[in-house]
Write a protein that binds this ligand. Structure first.
Ligand SMILES: [Zn+2]
Length: 80
């Protein structure tokens, strides 16, 4: 019985290592997946934040009345 437990642990360990080796393929996915818009459809259009000027993908930008922003906080600071 003791050996059976070790067998399960070893098989689980091998399975886990194999899962880890497959994992790097998923790391190529970009953060923009969270927005629901696929980043693989084409090159990202970079747009500057109207408040701090940092460039970010258009799909991640927050749309405001006076332009686009890198975050909701910057939109509120700029537009009040
Ligand atoms: Zn900003």
């Amino acid at each position: 019985m003791k050996y059976l437990i070790w067998l399960v642990v070893i098989v689980a360990g091998i399975w886990w290592i194999r899962q880890q080796r497959k994992a790097p393929a998923h790391q190529t996915r970009q953060k923009t997946d969270a927005t629901g818009r696929s980043s693989e459809s084409g090159p990202q259009v970079m747009t500057p934040c109207a408040h701090c000027g940092v460039h970010l993908p258009e799909s991640e930008a927050i749309q405001g009345a006076q332009g686009v922003y890198c975050s909701e906080a910057h939109r509120q600071r700029q537009e009040g």
